[in-house]
Design a protein around this ligand. Sequence first.
Ligand code: PHE
Length: 491
Amino acid sequence: CLESMAEEAVLGYLEKNEEISDSGKFAEEKGINHDEIVNIIKSLNGFRLVDAQDIKKERWVLTPEGDLYAKYGSPEVLLFSAVPPEGITREELQEKLKSSIYKIGSTQAIKNKWIEMGKSQVSRKVQQVDDKVRSLLIQIQNGEVVSSEDIDALKRRKLISSQIWKGYSVKKGPKYAPKRKKVATDLTRENLQRGDWKELEFKEYNFLAKGQPTEGGCLHPLLKVRRQIQMIFLQMGFEEMPTNNFVESSFWNFDALFQPQQHPARDSHDTFFLKEPSTTRRLPEDYVERVKRVHESGGYGSRGYGYEWKREEANKNLLRTHTTAVSSRMLYALAQGPFAPKRYYSIDRVFRNEAVDRTHLAEFHQIEGLICDRGLTLGHLIGVLHDFFSRLGMSKLKFKPAYNPYTEPSMEIFSYHEGLQKWVEIGNSGMFRPEMLLPMGLPEDVQVIAWGLSLERPTMILYGIDNIRDLFGHKVDLSLIKRNPVCRLGL
Ligand code: PHE
């Protein structure tokens, strides 16, 4: 093979000679490609069979233009040849030649005093000319030495450029041998059986070698941010709510939340209703009765919505549109025992029948937190939101009055994004209405403050992703997931 040929040539030469003074010349003499020789020298040098010293030389090579002249002749000679002994008009000459050859050729030929250019007539001043430029270029191409004035002239015309040539001079190294002994990389069962392990020379360990990049084991950014938020909730004393039911009844998703049955969010535009099973089997009947009453005629200081509440509407199964459906189940369950204050959170998937674009998907994740206690106020909510979001690295917050059927007051949450240099909406919050809490059976002096946000939004901000489809869904960008570090330090 080529490699062993080059290796034999180098080691064999050094057996009889002191040194290889120039790997370039050596390669030429032996008729071996110089790159091949260089690779072998590097490898032999690494194992100290040889001792190699760098040599660098400045070399002249032809530019593409120089190449053309070397092949077809210089423009001045081409132009001269196009001028017949009896002369020619400028127009005729111009027609005979390519415009670049006409331009460069005439300038040079005039400079050389080869031709004369009158107003309309071009004529020869000499009988014949020599293509010195072309022969110089061919000499350089062949690696012959050329005078420095000639080099300068060619350089000025940009027909040649300098190139650094790298090669080696090579002597025997401390471990020189005329033939490289193949070193063993593994101790095999056969080596042990044959007993030849005693004679084997083993390759040394290279502790500086970089290992193979590891494949797999990449965490999705959503999982990492979910983990981070989970830790924040746990540090703040929150318990996780069970969110393992993507299918929910309209009752818990909407009715229990005092969301009227004609509310646009219930339309099939926004909600995926289930075909099979299309309705829920069981609801707590006495509570359903109280919810019906509060929708129809109010109570607990409310006038209600004044419409005819329909059980069939509440029975319809759907894919939950928010995790507040889980909160309503949890608060109802809490109300069934003696009251105890609670802090609950959840992070899980929700579904909305929306047009998919750069910032919207039909399924995404919601983060939800709530505190249920006596005597809570809007001030508590604002305080908790500051605490929660500053732990996420968002400490500049603004609130804007908003509307949710189940909270009063309601506030949209904005955070100042230093990177984007603007306020971005990051969540929604509020105090659950008495029309929601009292039918559940919670004591009258108990309030619930709550907030919700998507998991995707902060993840996209933290990871600098501007298209949600790169993050989640069937078009997810796997290389983005592999590229990101296992953990993020700071925010
Ligand atoms: N459920 C609301 C949403 O989907 C978020 C929210 C939760 C608002 C709790 C107020 C209180 O946007």
